[in-house]
Design a protein around this ligand. Structure first.
Ligand code: ADP
Ligand code: MG
Ligand code: ZN
Length: 597
């Protein structure tokens, strides 16, 4: 693998150098030729003022120009040889000539469509710096391997070996997708029956839930090529390149049919078309090309387009029309059984000690995606190796879970004694508050040992999987999140940046409560999530203000509640914080001991 990559890198560098040389030589050549030409042709060139004079004096018979170019060919009356002229502004010049024609002067104005060759001369020179830049950019892309991302996987060596068995959980989704596998394998049966097969399937789901994996599995099961590309590649592309990339992608697909085309992060090109400004126009071109390609499929072409996104609300509605992505499948985060299956699959090639209980790991990781679970097992293997364990032990896995969970919170790093005290009261604040809220899960561990970018953390026992979360539970979650800041405020009468992640999460939850779950009385059960201002106005002039007001109310209320709880239980807050300052870390049983004393 590595050797392969090295060779590829070398090859890329060679290509880059060759391209650079080519561009430089070409540039020099054009310069030379043009220089010579312009010396010879000096007397054949008309200055602009001369040209205007000649036109006014009716000496000009015909003017030929290329659209968009400032150089013209001028044929004078009674002279065979054509002269050249450069105009400062083509549009102004055309208007001027048309005015003369309207005055009754006899001039023929020919506008040729833009052609590369006609322009090759002077335009090429002026474009040269740009061309060199473009070439350099392309080289950079290639050398960084960015070009590789969009690489089209070839049918022969690049067939994916992923099968449905490699995708854990998602049984219902697989069932729904198996029909596509059948279609790819034997399209004629479906055609004969007159059955309509979806052309495009949209996979919705959080990052890491296995969308790419399941798309590959479909290709693997049907044993057809998997051609993929990611929407985010288009974002920084040069004008017009996006659309042509899409065209090439589908040209390739038609050659390799039957096959799967996979477009990852389709929201990057398929965002709702709103205005016509710069980057968006470019996006629109790309999106339009995609729509054109999908609409143009003929019935003999067995191509299924799969696309993935984690922001379905962003998508342009045109993508969802019949014949396009008319089937949508939600890929959920795995439930308990799903997590266990994923853990089993990813521990197959790892050496697990007998004391590892994957069931309990699955129980502890509610809300985790497949990618996070795979990551935990991999981290565990690394930790076990570092600790020189013979096998991956339970403590290695617990450590890995912590690493993945805590990686999410971002408190600032503890430095001074003062910071340490702040952190202790911050974490104690979270922990103590949660202890008094019935819907919240018990504390598992509290720590003020910095971890990565984190100053401290409080871990809770995992929730069992739930389909619904109540309003009470969400409100109490807000109180726990603000408990950190409340702890700092009450004990030290100061607040820190350590709460920034808590505040971010709390605000998101509060906003969801208001706009997505309709949990406030003043707004009621109306879906307001992600709506543009003009859409909000449908519900009343001031609805946008009301949303903000309600979010603020929820947060304020939670902050007040957190402070009240901590004032009421100040002894517990102090006890936990003091213990943290002494021991830096408190586990579940130590925590309960302090609490019950
Ligand atoms: P997405 O495309 O939804 O962001 P991926 O398909 O790229 O997620 O998943 C990343 C990795 O996570 C996969 O390569 C696989 O190792 C693991 N993974 C995710 N979901 C599953 C699953 N359901 N079963 C097994 N592995 C999974
Ligand atoms: Mg993916
Ligand atoms: Zn916090």
């Amino acid at each position: 693998m590595n050797k392969d990559k090295n060779q590829k890198n070398k090859k890329n560098k060679l290509i880059a150098i060759a391209m650079l040389l080519l561009v430089v030589i070409l540039g020099l050549l054009v310069l030379l030729v043009n220089n010579k030409k312009s010396n010879e042709e000096d007397d054949k060139t008309l200055a602009y003022t001369e040209l205007i004079n000649e036109i006014t004096n009716e000496n000009v018979e015909k003017i030929e120009m290329t659209v968009g170019s400032t150089s013209l060919k001028v044929k004078m009356k009674g002279v065979d040889e054509e002269k050249k002229a450069i105009v400062p502004n083509t549009e102004a010049f055309i208007e001027l000539v048309q005015a003369k024609v309207a005055e009754g002067k006899d001039i023929e104005l020919i506008q040729n469509p833009r052609g590369f060759l006609e322009q090759a001369g002077s335009t090429f020179i002026s474009l040269l710096p740009t061309l060199i830049m473009v070439a350099l950019f392309i080289m950079l892309f290639k050398m960084q391997g960015l070009g590789e991302k969009g690489k089209i996987y070839d049918d022969t060596e690049r067939r994916t070996k992923v099968k449905f068995d490699d995708v854990a959980g998602l049984d219902e989704e697989k069932e729904e997708l198996i029909e596509i596998v059948d279609f790819l394998k034997r399209p004629e049966r479906f055609v004969k029956m007159g059955a309509k097969i979806p052309r495009g399937v949209l996979l919705y789901g959080k990052p890491g839930t296995g969308k790419t994996l399941i798309a590959k599995a479909i290709a693997g099961e049907a044993d057809v090529p998997f051609i993929s590309m990611s929407g985010s590649e288009f974002i920084e592309m040069f004008a017009g390149l996006g659309a042509s990339r899409v065209r090439k992608l589908f040209d390739k697909a038609r050659k390799l049919s039957p096959c799967i085309v996979f477009i990852d992060e389709i929201d990057a090109i398929g965002s709702r078309r709103t205005s016509n400004s710069g980057a968006e126009t470019e996006n629109n071109q790309t999106l339009n090309q995609l729509l054109v390609e999908m609409d143009g499929f003929s019935s003999e072409e067995t191509i299924i387009v799969l696309a993935a996104t984690n922001r379905p609300e962003m998508l342009d509605k045109a993508l969802l029309r019949p014949g396009r992505f008319d089937r949508q499948i939600t890929i959920p985060t795995p439930d308990l059984n799903g997590r266990l299956d994923i853990l089993k699959i990813h521990s197959k090639e790892k050496r697990l000690s007998n004391d590892v209980n994957l069931e309990s790991v699955a129980e502890d990781t509610a809300g985790f995606t497949g990618a996070e679970l795979a990551n935990i097992l991999n981290e565990a293997a690394i930790i076990a190796t570092k600790k020189k364990h013979e096998e991956i032990e339970n403590e290695d896995i617990e450590e890995a879970v912590k690493k993945v969970v805590v990686g999410i919170e971002k408190h600032s790093r503890v430095l001074s004694e003062h910071d340490k005290k702040l952190t202790a009261y911050h974490e104690a604040g979270h922990a103590v508050v949660s202890q008094y809220l019935p819907t919240q899960t018990p504390v598992k561990e509290v720590s003020i040992i910095p971890r990565g970018v984190t100053g401290g953390y409080t871990l809770y026992k995992s929730n069992e999987d739930k389909y619904y979360i109540s309003k009470t539970e969400m409100k109490e979650k807000l109180i726990v999140l603000l408990g950190g800041r409340a702890g700092e405020k009450i004990a030290i009468n100061d607040i820190s940046t350590g709460a920034s992640n808590d505040i971010e999460v709390a605000t998101q939850i509060a906003r969801d409560m208001v706009t997505k779950y309709g949990m406030t009385d003043s707004l009621g059960p109306i879906d307001l999530k992600g709506k543009e201002d003009y859409e909000l106005q449908l519900f009343g002039e001031t609805i946008g203000d009301k949303v903000g007001e309600e979010v603020k109310n929820l947060i304020d209320e939670a902050y007040v509640n957190a402070q009240q709880l901590l004032i009421q239980h100040r002894d517990k807050l102090d006890a936990i914080a003091q213990t943290l300052l002494e021991k830096e870390k408190i586990n579940e049983s130590e925590f309960n001991q302090i609490f019950n004393s």
